[in-house]
Design a protein around this ligand. Structure first.
Ligand code: 9MR
Length: 562
């Protein structure tokens, strides 16, 4: 009898214990329980976010989305990502962890893990950045999964454990999914499918405190006083940066630094033909409107870049087989519509970008179907149409590799001199200044070039300045870069017709350089966390130094040397 009571008592205690010990002790980490609620998912406009559910549609192309503005996973040791998802179709719909964002083509240098549903299975793909083919592909049959499924990826030691609706479905070796200890979240969705993410959490076992959420717009920005724009105002010069509307919408620190530091901005891409006029009958002004409204709210001037360029054209222009009359009609309408819409709001236009050919054999001007279509006087026409649409706007010709003295800058000089002599409304020349430390023009040559353009009655803007460094640059290269920024600004300050220095961005976080020039980086004056670099302080120096005086300031009789 007694034995029986003891047995019941033991059984009872065991049941009580079982009820108290959690079946799954992995819990969401601080701030990691509901990551779908982060506003970054919706801010680019590509992802629907209603009632806490993210809708990531692929349209008719494979979509590999990386939320670079959003929260990031940071982890040492064991961690898990728990995602409740559903999909509209049976082809791949996966959440992604991107341990290293890609450059150029989506797979280049991308370290990406996809975990999702495909044809009734749970699938895992791992890409290592060397090929568009996955390095690892695992398929785990998962019977009876339908509707909303909670998939969980756990890293346990050197294994990845995949669970579906709370049950393990398989394991694989960790191929190195967090090469730098952190990852962005994203999604991979095959064409004509939509992935719905109902919940996204980061979890950790109770004994691992090294799992955390880092915020997307992470920054180490602390304002410096006075900002560059105040110093520039005092010197009567504009200092500015190229801007992307999407960063304005998605990264609050970006707008804060931009508005505080600069008194002019240029649109990096939003005014380009493909961006603003993608189809013959359709204009898309949203991006340009965002940038112009930002400038107005912050009392900044705007450079509109660019009305005509042989790159970044929409297919309907690139492939058009128009008669000369149709070309004239199309280009005239484009220029009138774009300049007219921003009349009085865009102070400066790059009417024509990079029209001088780099090939000696090709003659001084590039041949494009639209330059041929419009005829030899297409440049005169473009400037005249822009002037008609906004007679107050100042109109520029903009080019690269023509900053100092040399064959190309002679060609630019000849081109704009011709325009001036024919009475075509041109007011300035843009010197782009995409430089490397080794191939920069001599500051005194840039000064001579600016001066000769001034003698034609033209303003000069430095329009796209950046000085790229090797990605692994040492401190001395940052100093050399700073010295170059200082010298060119001094040159611009020394010539009265040089009225603006504009950089191609301001933070290395979003520069075009690493994408287009693999192995290079660090080209701008703020680093990726918005910390001012030596180049920033060099610009301050140039703006605060007294104007440097040359012999011509003292007349021939001056014996200036001590
Ligand atoms: O920085 C721009 C990059 O984001 C675009 O993909 C590219 C093509 O439109 O253009 C880049 O900007 C160029 C500018 O418009 C003209 N001068 C050279 C710039 C760098 O390529």
């Amino acid at each position: 009898m007694m034995k029986k009571y003891i047995r019941y008592a033991i059984l009872g205690m065991a049941l009580i214990l079982a009820a108290c010990v959690p079946t799954d002790a992995w819990k969401p980490v601080a701030g990691g329980d509901n990551l779908t609620a982060d506003p970054s998912w919706a801010c680019t406009g590509w992802i629907g976010a209603a009632n806490g559910v993210l809708d990531i549609g692929a349209g008719n192309e494979f979509r590999a989305y990386v939320n670079t503005y959003g929260p990031r996973l940071q982890a040492e040791g064991d961690f898990g990502v728990r995602v409740t998802l559903s999909a509209d179709a049976a082809n791949l719909a996966a959440f992604s962890l991107i341990g290293k964002p890609g450059l150029g083509n989506w797979w280049n240098e991308t370290n990406k893990l996809d975990v999702g549903l495909e044809e009734g299975n749970v699938v895992v793909y791992f890409y290592d950045g060397k090929s568009f083919m996955p390095r690892v592909k695992q398929t785990f049959p998962a019977e009876g999964l339908s509707g909303q499924v909670t998939l969980e990826l756990r890293r346990v030691g050197d294994k990845l454990v995949v669970r579906a609706n709370g049950k393990e479905v398989g394991q694989l070796d960790d191929p190195g999914i967090l090469p730098e200890g952190w990852a962005y979240f994203g999604a991979s969705v095959r064409p004509n499918n939509t992935l719905h993410i109902h919940k996204l959490s980061v979890v950790a076992p109770p004994d691992n405190a090294n799992v955390a959420i880092r915020t997307g717009s992470e920054s180490a920005y602390t304002p410096t006083d006075p900002p560059l724009r105040d110093l520039a105002d005092a010197r009567g010069i504009y200092i500015g940066a190229a801007v992307e509307p999407q960063h304005l919408r998605c990264d609050p620190v970006y707008g804060e630094v931009l508005g505080r530091e600069f008194n002019i901005l240029v649109t990096e891409n939003a005014f380009k033909f493909y961006a603003i006029h993608p189809e013959a009958e359709r204009y898309t002004f949203e991006g340009a409107d965002t940038v112009v409204a930002f400038a107005e709210a912050h009392k900044m001037k705007v450079r509109g870049h660019t009305l005509l360029w042989h790159q970044s054209m929409p297919a309907w222009i690139e492939n058009a087989a128009f008669t000369p009359e149709q070309w004239e009609q199309a280009i005239h309408e484009h220029i009138s519509t774009v300049v007219g819409r921003y009349k009085g709001r865009v102070a400066y236009w790059d009417v024509l970008n990079e029209a001088i050919s780099d090939s000696a054999a090709g003659g001084p001007l590039r041949q494009t179907n639209w330059s041929t279509g419009l005829g030899p006087d297409f440049i005169d026409k473009a400037f005249t149409w822009a002037h008609e649409a906004d007679p107050e706007a100042l109109l520029f010709y903009n080019d690269y590799g023509a900053e100092g003295m040399g064959a190309k800058s002679d060609q630019v000089y000849a081109l704009v001199k011709g325009l001036v002599e024919r009475g075509i409304p041109i007011h300035g020349v843009g010197l782009q200044m995409h430089l490397t430390l080794g191939t920069a023009p001599k500051p005194e040559d840039v000064q001579r070039n600016i001066r000769r353009l001034g003698e034609l009655g033209l303003q000069v803007h430095i329009t796209e300045m950046d000085i790229r460094l090797p990605a692994n640059a040492s401190d001395d290269l940052f100093t050399a870069q700073a010295n170059m920024y200082r010298e060119y600004l001094k040159v611009c300050l020394a010539e009265t017709n040089c009225t603006a220095l504009v950089m191609w961005g301001f933070t290395d976080r979003y520069s075009w350089i690493p994408d287009a020039n693999p192995g290079f980086d660090h080209a701008l004056i703020f680093d990726k966390l918005y910390r001012p670099k030596p180049a920033y302080f060099a610009l301050r120096d140039a703006l605060t130094l007294p104007k440097s005086l040359g012999p011509e300031d003292f007349g021939a009789s001056c014996n200036c040397k001590p």
